[in-house]
Structure formats: structure tokens, C-alpha cells
Design a protein. Structure first.
Length: 196
């Protein structure tokens, strides 16, 4: 299969991000203030820190869609600024629009000069995995869109070795033969899909 044929069968990132956003926004909106200090499946983050991180991801990946430099070094404390739940919804829509723009998936972007499609996939992964993290930490339900899971399965396969070296992914967690695609995806990123 040549590259052009492969791209023909690939779903546009904008649509996949829109699907992920539609699942993530209700989770963020459902975070109560009393849950902000609760632990999450990401050992380095409590709910407040993870909400700040995810909002920063949404803001910075907008820049990467238009081939501008991003800065992930020190996320602002969006939660302390107030209105962060509403801002997340607004910025997430801007992210979808940015990655839906013609040319966003083409070429390379970011300081690592990575293929734009891969970079957009990283945004998709953060939106999906961290929405699950926040839902799990705050007692909410979360189910990923099947098309998003299918896309991310390939993204994680490509990124996992480097992601583990950089500490972004944990060691893969074993799952049973009856595990579904989303459970397998979470496990591949180092999350235990069964842990409450």
C-alpha cells in the first residue's frame, strides 16, 4: 500500500479530535472543587494538576496545528484563574478547528520536527487518556469513541518505545484475553484499566 492510498483510508484528525472533545468536555465540566486534590491514575498529578495540564495541552497543540512553536515547560495555573471548565470547552473547540484546517496534517511541526499527523495524534491521545484519568479520579463514567481508539492504537504502537524512555508512558500493564480495545489501549500506555 503506498503512502497516498494509506492517507485516503485515514480519518481526518479534526473529526477524531471533535469526537474526543465531545467525550472530554463533560468530564471536565463534572469535576467538583472538592475533588481537585484527589489522586489520579497519573502518579505525578492530582486532579488539579492534571486539569491544568490537559487545558495547557489543548492550548499549546493549537499552535502546533499552524506550525508555530509550543511551550510545555511551565503550564499556568488555569484552575486558580477560575472559569477553567468553560475555558477548556472553548479552547478544545479551537483545537478541533485548528486541526481541521486544510494543511494542518501535512509536513512537520514542533521543536522535534515530527510529522504533523503524529503530533496531532499526540493531542488526541492526551485528550482521550487524560479524560479517562480525570473521570476515574472523580467517579465519572468515560467511554472513548471507537474510531478514536482505533486511531490511537496505531499512535501508541509508534510512540510507546520513545514515550517510555521519556517517562510519558509507563510499562505496559497486562490485560486478559477478553479485554476490549480501549482497555488494551490504556494498558499499553501504562494504565491499569481495571483499577478504581
Amino acid at each position: 500500500m503506498d503512502t497516498n492510498e494509506k492517507q485516503t483510508h485515514t480519518k481526518p484528525l479534526g473529526g477524531l479530535l471533535a469526537a474526543a472533545v465531545s467525550r472530554a468536555v463533560p468530564v471536565v465540566a463534572g469535576i467538583e472543587d472538592k475533588a481537585l486534590d484527589a489522586p489520579t491514575p497519573c502518579a505525578d498529578y492530582d486532579v488539579r494538576a492534571l486539569a491544568n495540564h490537559l487545558l495547557h495541552v489543548v492550548v499549546e497543540f493549537q499552535k502546533l496545528a499552524v506550525k508555530r512553536d509550543s511551550d510545555f515547560s511551565s503550564p499556568p495555573d488555569y484552575v486558580a484563574e477560575g472559569g477553567w471548565r468553560e475555558r477548556f470547552a472553548t479552547e478544545a473547540d479551537v483545537l478541533v478547528e485548528a486541526w481541521s484546517t486544510p494543511g494542518a496534517e501535512e509536513g512537520t511541526t514542533g521543536s522535534l520536527n515530527m510529522p504533523a499527523r503524529t503530533v496531532g495524534g499526540m493531542a488526541l491521545l492526551d485528550l482521550t487518556a487524560h479524560a479517562w484519568d480525570l473521570a476515574r479520579a472523580t467517579g465519572q463514567e468515560y467511554a472513548a469513541e471507537p474510531a478514536v481508539v482505533a486511531e490511537l492504537t496505531g499512535v501508541v504502537e509508534r510512540l510507546a518505545p520513545t514515550g517510555r524512555e521519556m517517562g510519558a508512558f509507563g510499562a505496559a500493564v497486562p490485560v486478559g484475553a477478553d479485554a476490549g480495545p480501549f482497555e488494551r489501549l490504556l494498558a499499553a500506555t501504562g494504565r491499569d484499566p481495571y483499577r478504581v
